[in-house]
Design a protein around this ligand. Structure first.
Ligand code: AMP
Ligand code: ZN
Length: 432
């Protein structure tokens, strides 16, 4: 196995030892800001309190609300002059959260990112086109620095402008792309609509992440472009991309445990869940000096996958993100995650690239409408076929979520899609 960094193949004992020593040093570093010093003092955690990795549970959680309350620079743990970059979270609600990085932080991040890309076979000879938004969003510069570190020719294409993206891929013979899942299908469909075969592009690898998507969705992208799709997970609070990444086995995302300490807890109680059970991912940055964050409640739901990965890396694997704790909605008393809906509808070959879940209240009760785009070649079919498709989707959804939604078939490209992360659910019930 070719590796980028020896830390990838460290044995468990070595990883655990590094984690403990880094947990101690990052906690000491965090004390340099008032917020963490007060928090740690309140919890009675002094310089010698952390004796084993389990002692991390004595450290209080950090929430998004905490980060907001400290915006913009309350969590700074180095002199401001040492900061070379800041990024914001792409959160759509409330005030932003900002993370400041030192030169060392940027270097560590770029190394981690390069490690991820190398793991799935990206090499210096590759041409890497980053189709994610640049600017404050970490999927731009974060991935960019990793690809450059590997020596790839890196094209900062940014988000959107599909025609230009395709031209760049063709002109520069792009072999690897970084792209949002929702956008990948849009690019493919646009090519097909123009009578071109997406499989004829020189692409071989697509790094796909930044928003939840199902395995079914992955297969669609792989088939559409004849590429291998690798799931990339990250969040700006933990730098950005480079936190968890699939290896060539495509079975779970390795979390780089020499740089991050991951826990999975019950989203309600905060207590650790038994191994293998779904809960909320909690992350500690073990290496960051500019703004270390301890025990961050990501709100992302996943589980640790049991056993070691056959690839030989012992860094723990997490399942693809199943959704965000905040995305769950309750309809007629049933808890539903948008990903459950996606998994069902994407198994229908007639279904196109976009869908939208609408939750409404007609004054009598809650109602769920699922609008599903149907591919052009099917939309011209006769009414009976469309009617059957509609009924089948509703039936399969009912089997999955135990609620019968109203399914509406709509034309391709008729549902709203922006350049950023896809919006899958609109809850209009409060408007009543
Ligand atoms: P941001 O901090 O704006 O980059 O957003 C980070 C959030 O994006 C994470 O907390 C996840 O909710 C989501 N996210 C990032 N990567 C993935 C992924 N591969 N799968 C699912 N959700 C993801
Ligand atoms: Zn692996």
């Amino acid at each position: 196995m070719e590796i980028f960094d020896p830390a990838e193949v460290w044995p468990r004992e070595r990883i655990a030892a590094i984690q403990l020593s880094r947990l101690k040093s990052v906690t000491a570093q965090a004390r340099k800001c008032d917020f963490y010093r007060e928090r740690l003092d309140e919890a009675g955690i002094g310089p010698d309190s952390l004796r084993s990795l389990d002692d991390i549970r004595r450290i209080p959680f950090t929430t998004k609300q905490d980060l907001r309350s400290q915006y913009p620079t309350g969590l700074l743990c180095v002199p401001p002059a040492q900061i070379v970059r800041m990024h914001c979270s792409s959160g759509t609600t409330g005030s932003p959260t900002a993370i400041c990085h030192t030169r060392n932080d940027i270097n560590t991040w770029a190394d981690l990112m390069a490690r991820c890309l190398y793991m799935v076979g990206v090499r210096q000879e590759d041409v890497f086109q980053n189709m994610s938004g640049y600017g404050l969003f970490t999927g731009g510069l974060g991935i960019h620095y990793g690809a450059e570190r590997l020596g790839c020719m890196t094209i900062p294409a940014g988000a959107g402008n599909t025609r230009r993206q395709i031209k760049l891929v063709k002109d520069f013979r792009t072999t690897v792309v970084h792209i949002l899942p929702s956008y990948a299908l849009i690019v493919g469909e646009q090519l097909r609509a123009a009578g071109q075969d997406p499989r004829s592009l020189p692409l071989r690898i697509a790094v796909v992440g930044a928003e939840p998507y199902s395995d079914e969705f992955r297969r669609r992208i792989e088939d559409l472009f004849a590429v291998k799709v690798y799931n990339s997970y990250g969040l700006s609070e933990m730098n950005g991309p480079g936190v968890g990444f699939e290896c060539d086995r495509q079975n779970g995302l390795h979390i780089w445990e020499d740089a991050y300490l991951a826990e999975i807890v019950d989203p309600e109680s905060g207590a650790p869940v038994p191994d293998g059970e779904v809960g909320e991912l909690v992350m500690t940055s073990l290496c960051r000096e500019g703004m270390p964050i301890l025990r961050y409640r990501t709100r992302d739901l996943t589980r640790f996958l049991p056993g070691d990965c056959p690839c030989g890396r012992v860094h723990r694997r997490m399942d693809r993100i199943l959704g965000r704790a905040d995305d769950m909605f309750i309809i007629k008393g049933v808890n539903v995650y948008p990903m459950q809906i996606e998994e069902v509808i994407m198994t229908f070959p007639e279904v196109g690239q976009n869908y939208l879940i609408l939750l409404e209240n007609d004054g009598i009760g809650d109602r769920m409408r699922v609008q599903v785009e149907v591919r052009d070649e099917y939309f011209v079919e006769d009414m009976r076929m469309l009617h059957n498709l509609q009924k089948n989707i509703a039936r399969r959804l009912r089997a999955e979520i135990l609620v019968t939604p109203q399914v509406e078939l709509v034309e391709s490209n008729s549902l709203p899609c922006g350049e950023g992360k896809a919006v899958r659910v609109k809850d209009l019930r409060a408007d009543k």
